[in-house]
Design a protein around this ligand. Structure first.
Ligand SMILES: Cc1cc2nc3c(=O)[nH]c(=O)nc-3n(C[C@H](O)[C@H](O)[C@H](O)COP(=O)(O)OP(=O)(O)OC[C@H]3O[C@@H](n4cnc5c(N)ncnc54)[C@H](O)[C@@H]3O)c2cc1C
Ligand code: SF4
Ligand code: SF4
Ligand code: SF4
Length: 379
């Protein structure tokens, strides 16, 4: 059985979830990107995996006609959510109604799986953006189980994960709400794990922060204690993520990076928003919400006053969010990173221009005399 090419595979694993013979396992390519592998001894050639793969089949999408500027009215969430706390607000309201909420949180080994919240504590851990690929793990099958049990379900994930779920389910369910986050690409999880191993110097790390508290700093936590907190400009993992150097290769041709939205609601950062145009003064981070379907509109009605919403300028939203126009563009350093990658993320990153700059900055701090002499010779 032929699945889509490795270069285009998003790692949604709808194929694995649908296989009736458990013949598909998760492997890695040379850049440590997760890819499916079929065990020929188990495969019965039923073709279900290929019929389910979003890359090989058409996807249904909608062009939004409503754009909103929004933020949660929950003061605590305003502080530690990624942008306006809309994902968390939706999650809280659906959870309180007895519905089932799917999101992702790091476990103690820094695996990042999408799973169903079992408690309010899980919702806390779902909060904020994790700038690395999450795994859909067993979530697609669990969503189906909950829907068949007539439960209300909200699933929040990247557009390719949402599309994988839609192809897995094969039909729409009235009680299923799909929310996608605007996404400029994801590095494989092994990059983050290797990097954290290098940074933690023998200490425990069971959570990693990117946004919210310490916004745009890479923060490593041992429990509630931050043991490393460095601005994206000085942190190699974060900087290379923001510069689009380290994504899965398929992200550079992402078919979801446009205005054909795959979900009921799309949420992202409202970059470019002039806060002076807001109907009331607000200092916090503001989300943009694109309403893609009637169900998306209904979900917003359910969430009601838990969030503040007001009309947003669609043109501003599109112009200032490249991912609504085209996929991320690989910078020249991407080639250096790929060519020097030999299974070691940290070493390959040190080869890029940012890696070199950060390495030099560190050396300057440790051996100032060396640079002093070098500067004198230069003069
Ligand atoms: C890899 C990545 C790239 C992004 N790129 C952009 C961009 O280019 N432009 C833009 O406007 N916004 C982007 N975002 C979205 C933005 O950072 C916020 O996640 C979004 O605005 C939601 O904010 P919030 O305050 O409503 O979410 P919160 O209330 O803080 O909740 C965060 C939600 O996102 C989910 N989530 C976090 N990380 C992941 C992940 N790795 N995979 C799947 N789900 C995850 C959580 O489960 C939770 O439901 C990106 C997010 C990610 C994870
Ligand atoms: S063809 Fe059928 S049995 Fe074989 S891997 Fe695909 S889904 Fe599984
Ligand atoms: S279903 Fe998803 S993981 Fe499987 S081959 Fe297609 S894109 Fe890749
Ligand atoms: S950029 Fe596209 S393909 Fe890559 S993770 Fe985001 S939605 Fe998926």
């Amino acid at each position: 059985m032929e699945l889509c090419s490795t270069e285009l595979c998003t790692g949604c694993f709808a194929c694995k979830s649908v296989c009736p013979k458990d013949a598909i396992s998760i492997s890695h390519d040379g850049l440590l990107k997760t890819i499916p592998v079929i065990d020929a001894a188990k495969c019965v050639d039923c073709g279900l995996c290929a019929k389910t793969c979003p890359v090989l089949n058409d996807s249904e999408s909608n062009i939004p006609n409503i754009c909103l500027a929004a933020w949660t009215n929950n003061n605590e969430d305003q502080k530690d959510c990624a942008s306006g706390g809309i994902a968390t607000a939706i999650s809280r309201v659906i959870y309180d109604r007895g519905g089932k909420v799917f999101g992702c949180a790091f476990d103690k080994d820094l695996n990042l799986d999408i799973r169903m919240a079992e408690s309010l504590d899980d919702l806390e851990r779902f909060k904020s953006s994790k700038y690395v690929q999450s795994s859909t793990a067993d979530s697609y099958a669990e969503v189906k189980k909950q829907l068949l049990d007539d439960k209300e379900v909200v699933y929040i994930g990247s557009p390719c994960q949402i599309d994988g779920l839609k192809h897995y389910l094969k039909k729409d369910y009235e009680k299923l709400y799909l929310v996608d986050i605007i996404c400029h690409g994801v590095p494989p999880i092994d990059y983050l794990k290797q990097y954290v191993r290098k940074k933690k110097c023998g200490r425990k790390v069971n959570n990693v922060g990117f946004r919210g508290n310490n916004d745009f700093c890479l923060t490593l936590y041992d429990g509630d204690k931050s043991i490393y907190c460095v601005s994206s400009y000085y942190d190699m993992y974060y900087e290379e993520f923001l510069r689009s150097v380290t994504y899965r290769d398929n992200c550079y041709s992402c078919r979801y990076a446009n205005m054909n939205r795959i979900s009921d609601l799309t949420i992202g950062d409202f970059w470019g928003l002039d806060k002076a145009t807001l109907s009331e003064p607000y200092e916090g981070r503001v989300s943009e919400i694109l309403v893609n379907t009637k169900k998306g509109q209904k979900l917003l009605e359910i969430v009601g006053d838990y969030i503040h919403t007001e009309p947003g300028d669609m043109d501003v939203a599109i112009q200032n969010n490249a991912q609504l126009q085209h996929p991320s563009v690989a910078p020249p350093d991407r080639k250096i990173f790929v060519d020097s990658f030999n299974g070691d993320f940290v070493k390959a990153s040190y080869r890029t221009s940012i890696g070199k700059r950060i390495f030099k900055d560190k050396l300057r701090k440790k051996l100032p005399i060396l640079f002093y002499i070098k500067d004198i010779i230069k003069r």
